[in-house]
Write a protein that binds this ligand. Structure first.
Ligand SMILES: Cc1cc2nc3c(=O)[nH]c(=O)nc-3n(C[C@H](O)[C@H](O)[C@H](O)COP(=O)(O)OP(=O)(O)OC[C@H]3O[C@@H](n4cnc5c(N)ncnc54)[C@H](O)[C@@H]3O)c2cc1C
Length: 472
């Protein structure tokens, strides 16, 4: 059997390694458009900030490691078309040489490409002019080279999603003055605005200028700089502009081969990663995702790409594994804050047919008498009828184990637990690290109290309106 994966990032490599792990007799080739297979692109912001000094260390595995695992790498090689009936790929290498590659099973892991918002001038300006999009190692080298060569001091970042925020921190760490422009009402729009507000306050405290409800409309070269124009009188002249406005699935190869497309135009795969085209599988950012509460959706994340790739690789060599699905669990560090979410917010829960209520509370990460305690803001969402836990969001100090706590919530939601059962969990405690009731359990209590208050006082509070409760 010859398994070919197109894409040398999380999904493609996970598929290749899993296939070899299960069946060392399988011949595995990975076609990679660039020369950086198996790089942790999630680490790019920390390379730009200088926290990571050597770009080579971002490789999950070296080329030699991959080869030792039996993976044949075709680097700097682009797959142009899939001939489905002949089970053949047409390839072009870095020197423009064309070739054909036969496969028995094909895993498409072409990933995503950055969204290009409709900004005048964006299509004609590029890295030489100080205009950047960010997805690959190549994009990263172009950005850092430009900053070093031109001693860039000022930047506008378009977008305040997790990547925009990580890059605001990274460029600030390099001594640059950063203006973050976001068209929505608050930064980090994946969490509710009340939590996003805490992140915005931290950005401002760290010297980042934050402009929300503002849209960048045009960029023009202005001498060696860029003039950036937008609504609400936005008119700035800066050294560089970084556009990080989300990603879209790269489906050129799959769509031309006849693959069905689903939400956001991503390749429509079932939970076994089948595309519907015989012997063609897809995984990662190019494909749709099964969400445990929402069904089929598009939610491009590294965590998902690794899991889907592994399943595609397993099934391509005769396995029968189903993708369990995601909850959109994610965490981001913004200066010394960590912000995280899992599951659904009110609006999403309501759209999914639940009757949600969200309650915000504050709880310390560990006993306040032990030095270094930090308060965590937690917003818990559960269904009022069944008490099923639907979602949790939190913002706290980066040392307050926010990631551990969101993962407890993710585990609870994954298993369909009620918010009361979350409060019943036997979690660990010692004063320097926790409390007899963990912060997530105090958030569950706050939710229960708010519900109790509502039923006893018959308060006509509209569903989903957060009652702010602070636990002692
Ligand atoms: C800066 C940054 C930070 C991130 N941080 C996080 C994080 O903290 N947590 C998290 O969960 N996720 C994070 N992500 C998202 C995560 O990196 C992606 O979800 C993940 O990389 C997706 O993996 P993938 O293999 O599906 O696709 P991609 O990583 O997009 O890789 C696609 C691969 O396909 C290759 N390719 C594409 N077309 C062809 C072709 N025709 N022929 C040959 N090769 C081709 C590309 O060269 C590449 O190797 C981050 C992303 C970025 C850019």
């Amino acid at each position: 059997v010859h398994l070919v994966a197109v894409g040398g990032s999380d999904a493609g490599i996970a598929a290749a390694l899993r296939a070899r792990e299960l069946d060392p007799s399988v011949d595995v080739s990975v076609v990679v458009a660039d020369r950086y297979p198996n790089f942790s692109i999630c680490g790019i912001p920390y390379l730009v900030s200088g926290d990571v000094r050597d770009w080579r260390t971002l490789a999950h595995r070296s080329i030699a490691d991959l080869q030792a695992a039996g993976v044949r790498l075709l680097l700097n090689t682009t797959a142009n078309t899939v001939e489905v009936d002949a089970r053949r790929l047409s390839l072009t290498d870095g020197d423009g040489r064309e070739s054909r590659l036969l496969y028995d099973e094909l895993v498409i892991g072409t990933g995503a490409i950055p969204v290009r918002p409709p900004i005048g001038g964006l299509d004609t300006l590029g890295p030489d002019d100080g205009v950047f999009l960010l997805h690959t190692m190549g994009d990263t080298f172009a950005l850092t080279r430009f900053i070093d060569m031109h001693h860039s001091a000022t930047a506008i970042i378009v977008g305040a999603g997790y990547l925009g925020l990580e890059m605001a921190e990274a460029l600030t760490a390099r001594g640059m003055r950063v203006t973050q422009v976001e068209m929505l009402t608050e930064v980090l729009p994946t969490v509710d605005p009340s939590l996003g507000r805490l992140v915005r306050d931290r950005l401002i405290e760290a010297g980042v200028e934050v402009l929300t409800e503002t849209t960048v409309l045009r960029i023009d070269p202005s001498g060696t700089k860029l003039r950036v124009l937008g609504d609400h009188q936005l008119d700035r002249t800066v050294d560089l502009l970084l556009v990080v406005a989300g990603v879209q699935p790269d489906t050129t190869l799959a769509a031309a081969a006849g693959a069905r497309l689903g939400p956001r135009g991503a390749i429509d795969v079932d939970r076994r990663m089948r595309t519907g085209i015989p012997h063609v599988w897809a995984a990662g950012d190019c494909a749709v995702t099964h969400h445990r509460l929402l069904g089929t959706t598009y939610l491009p994340l590294g965590t998902t790409a690794h899991k889907q790739g592994r399943i595609a690789g397993e099934n391509a060599v005769g396995g029968n594994r189903e993708f369990a699905g995601v909850l959109g669990t994610q965490v981001v560090k913004v200066f010394d804050l960590a912000a995280a979410r899992t599951g659904l917010r009110d609006t999403e829960a309501r759209q999914a047919g639940f009757d949600p209520r969200s309650v915000e509370s504050d709880a310390d990460d560990h006993k306040a008498y032990y030095p270094g305690a930090h308060s965590i803001r937690i917003r818990a969402t559960a269904d009022t009828a069944t008490h099923r836990l639907l979602g949790v969001q939190m913002v706290g100090h980066k040392d307050a184990a926010v990631a551990k706590r969101i993962d407890i919530a993710a585990t609870a939601i994954h298993h369909g637990m009620t918010i009361d059962e979350l409060a019943d969990l036997d979690l660990s405690y010692t004063p320097p690290l926790g409390s007899p009731w963990d912060a997530v359990q105090m958030a569950a209590h706050a939710w229960e109290r708010a519900m109790q208050h509502r039923s006893t006082s018959k308060l006509a509070e509209p569903t989903g309106t957060p009652a702010r409760t602070t636990t002692p």
